[in-house]
Ligand binder design. Structure first.
Ligand code: URA
Length: 218
């Protein structure tokens, strides 16, 4: 789909027939809202599971009911989610489905009408976020302006750059390049990388406006 070679910070989900078929549903302009939500949620679940796979684990031996030992692993550390409003909120349930009672903060960023720069309007984050790995949630990485601003906010709250995992369904090469240049220690977990942006900064071939399709505000 894209000739762009992603940098090492980017993890793209394996392009299985299953993932391709789900992407074909949500990318289709004729898909009804109920299906859009259902199949987006399924991809979000894959993404969250993949992101969790990139967190630190330590060896842990347990005993099974048969009395035998099992050489296993246990997650080491604490996590939280942070959604970039509004579209990122669509990814919160997928995180909750995998991590029971996970803490989830929110950040609202909007483009300033005069300067055209991303402006922080609201942030509510777990007070101990500086001790946590953060799954930063936003379905579409387009120009990277809002996502980079959100990362700036996380860093200003004491989060370590290499503890941020940016989780998204579809990335544009422009957004990836901007994020990796500014924050090379952030890991990007994405479903697919598209060709680029159109003149309105929509990702192409893309999905349209994810938030409007998910929340029914088209
Ligand atoms: N946000 C969206 O919802 N879609 C795009 O294509 C880009 C940003």
């Amino acid at each position: 789909m894209s000739t762009f070679t992603p940098p090492k910070q980017v993890v793209v989900l394996e392009s299985t027939p299953e993932l391709k078929s789900l992407m074909s549903i949500i990318r289709n302009k004729d898909t009804a809202r109920g299906d859009f939500i259902f199949y987006s949620d399924r991809i979000i679940r894959f993404l969250v599971e993949e992101a969790l796979n990139h967190l630190p684990f330590v060896s842990k031996t347990i005993e099974t009911p048969t009395g035998f030992k099992y050489e296993g692993l246990a997650f080491q550390g604490k996590i939280c989610g942070v959604s970039i409003m509004r579209a990122g909120e669509a990814m919160e349930q997928g995180l909750r489905d995998c991590c029971r009672s996970v803490r989830i903060g929110k950040i609202l960023i909007q483009r300033d009408e005069e300067t055209a720069l991303p402006q922080l309007y609201y942030a509510k984050l777990p007070p101990d976020i500086g001790q946590r790995f953060v799954l930063l949630l936003d379905p579409m990485l387009a120009t990277g302006g809002s996502a980079n601003k959100a990362i700036e906010v996380l860093l200003s709250h004491g989060v370590e750059e290499d503890k941020i995992l940016f989780v998204n369904l579809i990335s544009a090469p422009e957004g990836i390049t901007k994020m990796v240049e500014a924050y090379p220690k952030v890991k990007i977990i994405c479903g697919e990388i598209d060709q680029g942006l159109d003149e309105n900064k929509y990702i192409v071939p893309g999905i349209g406006d994810f938030g409007c399709r998910y929340f029914g505000t088209l």
